[in-house]
Design a protein around this ligand. Sequence first.
Ligand code: C6P
Length: 404
Amino acid sequence: MINVNKIREDFPILNREVNGKPLIYFDNAATSQTPKQVIDVIVDYYSNYNANIHRGVHTLSQEATDLYEEARLKIQKHFNAKHSYEIILTSGTTHGINLVANGFSSLIKKGDEVLVSALEHHSNIVPWQMLCERTGATLKVIPMNDNGELIMSEYEALLSEKTKLVFVNHISNALGTINPIKQMIEMAHKVGAAVLVDGAQSCPHLKSDVQELDVDFYVTSAHKMCGPTGVGMLYGKEEWLNKLPPYQGGGEMIDQVTFEKTTYAGLPHKFEAGTPNICGGIAFGAAVDYMNAIGFENIASYEHELLEYATQQLLKIEGLKIYGTAKEKTSVISFNVEGIHPYDIGTILDKLGIAVRTGHHCAQPIMDFFKIPGTVRASFAFYNTKEEIDALVEGVKTAKMMLS
Ligand code: C6P
């Protein structure tokens, strides 16, 4: 059970006002808020441990290294990776996808096919298009239906021995659809294709077990799950990470360097060139601890209640249409009100202290599918309340009255 009033005490930012009104934060899919348990770890790091890692014999460096590697272990345990060296600490989801897409340049060729779902964020489209441009491979799209669900029969038809890679998000950022990734991974493996799952939107809502999913690559960002920005993780199966070449050259990722030849470090360091976001990595570990202490089952059932309530209340507004009505859906509502631009609704909501995202949500192909310029997106977290949803509904009514 979620004690939302107690949880809200963990988030200092929820006490602030915006435009003279208490902040109502419904832009959680863009970035989540940070609890004091994570903020304290950041302050503690810079107050007591700040040093470069994996390099110094001095105490500070060793302590910082231990904390950073401890965080990697927490992340490994959370996602149930078999080995800690299968967890590559990145700057976020985008970095993880680019690392893999770049590595596949030497593994795929003209005539090969890669499949992308129609529900992707630009981060999980553009790097693969660039890969196809480099290699001559062909990009094909798994289509969706009007509810925003992938059409599995079409997916099956697209899979063949030519398919080398499938990339799909676990949860769509624009519509909230939860994709049947376990089934999709099984189907891809039958034709010998590897699968990369973009977990940017799933990590705040559910706990993914990479071994149970048998996924080849799983990527996410800490800032979506109560951690800081600028840090994330790429999980890769050991055999795949060994096949991929390093992404960036520099310090930390080497074994031996001479002017004639460089040999590379083993996993995970082969993919971690340069000084990483040390504090961010440690705080990522703290965020994982924080969310597990609340419990993902509690989070999922509470957020589902919020989703159901908000859907019912918003649909009472005449002319309001929700995009994304999948059976399996998380606490994201994308909507428009007939005749009103989403940006205008977002602006009025902001005047009322309500933060939502408006626009194409970095998922233009989804907007093209629905033939709309964008939507208003309200995305809920476990620290939101039904009272806040009531304020959103009133806010949308006010906006409608003012703009129509
Ligand atoms: N989506 C949103 O408002 P980064 O920026 O690397 O942390 O995450 C990119 C990303 C990749 N995949 C999905 C499914 C995402 O939702 C995001 C980030 C935010 O929806 C900001 S654009």
